[in-house]
Design a protein around this ligand. Structure first.
Ligand code: SF4
Length: 230
């Protein structure tokens, strides 16, 4: 199976009734500023090359961001902060993104999420996270030949990421390492190592208050890229 085949299956997933209803309701009602656009309104697949050395794990698509444009972190302010930082780190082809067909490329990086459908209030349930884990596990396993660094954004991504790697047979430590901005942990499987880097999430709550500054994000991305040989 390829990542492209995985993504093609993912976009038809309807396993979570609450999220299917929400993503479609938002797509139907729309935000006034986007009234002339057709919302994606489906599961949002990962974005970036299938031989990525770095994977970025967020939380879930935003209702009027990824759920509108059909591309991870594209079309909302959280994504704008992330793409700007990726560009400043030399990992994205342009600093601003608007739509899935804007020609943006990621260099050696793939971004994905533990939950692929937009949840109400950006809060998926534990059951929804667990249901979506099969997609994350499969995507990470397909990336494994080239993967070197994992960047998790926020405590949800940290927990979901470590759980996914534990499911896939990686030694992630017991008790599991705690989330903190700037934390990192090395996980191992069959003589291989991956380094997991943590950053605060690029949510508006964190970026508007200065809890997460652009420099703090660039610092984490730079460390992950260097670890991956990018
Ligand atoms: Fe399927 Fe994941 Fe969306 Fe649930 S959140 S419907 S498991 S893609």
């Amino acid at each position: 199976r390829t990542i492209a085949a995985l993504d093609a299956d993912l976009v038809d997933c309807r396993a979570c009734p609450r999220l299917v209803a929400w993503r479609e309701q938002v797509a139907h009602e729309k935000r006034a500023a986007f009234a002339d656009q057709t919302y994606w309104g489906r599961p949002v697949p990962g974005f970036g090359p299938d031989d990525a050395r770095v994977v970025i794990l967020g939380l879930a698509p935003a209702a009027h961001g990824g759920n509108r444009t059909g591309r991870m972190f594209t079309g909302d302010q959280s994504g704008d902060v992330l793409f700007r930082a990726l560009y400043d780190t030399g990992l994205a082809s342009q600093p601003t993104v608007v739509s899935a067909d804007d020609g943006t490329e990621l260099y050696g990086v793939r971004m994905t999420a533990p939950v692929h459908c937009a949840p109400p209030q950006n809060k998926p349930t534990v059951a929804e996270r667990d249901r979506c884990a099969r997609w994350l596990d499969a995507e990470l396993e397909l990336l494994m030949p080239t993967l070197r660094s994992v960047v998790v954004l926020g405590a949800f991504g940290w927990q979901a990421g470590l759980r996914a790697f534990a499911d896939l047979g990686w030694e992630v430590g017991r008790p599991r390492p705690k989330f903190a901005h700037g934390a990192r942990t090395v996980i191992r499987r069959d003589h291989r190592e991956l380094t997991v880097f943590a950053s605060y999430h690029v949510s508006q709550h964190n970026t508007f208050t200065g809890r997460l500054t652009p420099d703090m994000l660039v610092e984490v991305l730079t460390a992950a890229a260097e670890n991956a040989g990018l």
